[in-house]
Design a protein. Structure first.
Length: 273
């Protein structure tokens, strides 16, 4: 009984090929080595187990903290979930779009490229993106550009694709948002908590995809429990009741998170510093 589950993030790999200044993982590596991740890839056999338990028709995002296109069997991973009727997506930094084009085009459903302010690789990323979109043409995946922070959208409008704006927040988690407060849904309950799960490359299942170096939101491991058991676990149900009662402050991970499951966009030209 996975009623309510609409979106799941699966971390194919925790490895990354960039060293972004606003990345929480890099901050942990530098300043909190005791919390640093052990980078690596998910075993394909574990991915197959997860695929056998994920309900059809939901959104499957094959990324979490790493760069998904680094996964050696990326194309096969996409097909595991696509062939069971899921909507399969990744968010990527775009560096490997051309190298992995044959595993992406006509295979993945949707793709979003993250473009963030003050990125020293922005020029290279732009060139790769231009070539990839020309190669892909009208074929899948539907591609969007996620502009994070104060990024000039003008150069990207020539690509005639969806441009998504996002507000920067603290590298260590979804708090201290820059310029704007996060959007809160009318029900007063975090939508991510209600309909989302995340699984890291080792099989740890978390209540959402927020950055969580202390593993405060981990419910258990998919190797030891089924997805159904973890979704309906006493711990998650207790946290759900706290959300319903308006007491997210009683939940270790949610207590300092300012995100409510509704991404906040903005136009830098319309917001004063």
């Amino acid at each position: 009984m996975l009623n309510g589950l609409a979106n799941i993030n699966i971390e194919l790999t925790s490895r990354c090929n960039k060293n972004c200044w606003m990345c929480g993982r890099r901050k942990v590596d530098r300043e909190y080595p005791e919390l640093a991740l052990k980078y690596g890839d998910m075993d394909f056999s574990l991915l197959e187990k997860i695929a056998s338990e994920v309900p059809a028709g939901i959104v499957v995002q094959l990324h979490n903290n790493g760069e998904p296109l680094l996964y050696p069997r990326f194309g096969e991973a996409v097909r595991l979930f696509r062939d069971t009727g899921n909507i399969v997506n990744i968010v990527t930094n775009g560096k490997l779009l051309l190298e992995k084009a044959d595993e992406i085009i006509d295979n993945l459903d949707t793709l979003s490229v993250s473009v963030f302010e003050k990125d020293e690789d922005a020029g290279e990323q732009y060139d790769i993106l231009e070539k990839f979109l020309a190669l892909k043409g009208a074929r899948k995946p539907f591609t969007s550009l996620r502009l994070i922070g104060d990024v000039d959208a003008a150069p990207y409008k020539k690509f005639n694709t969806l441009i998504i704006r996002r507000v920067l927040h603290s590298p260590m988690g979804s708090f201290r948002y820059r310029k704007l407060n996060p959007t809160v849904p009318e029900i007063g309950i975090c939508l991510d908590f209600l309909n989302h799960l995340a699984i890291n490359k080792d099989g740890d299942v978390s209540i959402c995809v927020r950055f969580d170096p202390k593993r405060l939101g981990v419910l258990g491991n998919i190797r030891e429990n089924t997805l159904d058991e973890l979704w309906n676990s006493p711990q998650r149900l207790a946290w759900k009741e706290a959300h319903i009662a308006g007491r997210r402050d009683k939940i270790p991970l949610c207590s300092y998170c300012q995100f409510w499951g509704v991404p906040t966009g903005f136009d830098p030209s319309e917001v004063a510093d």
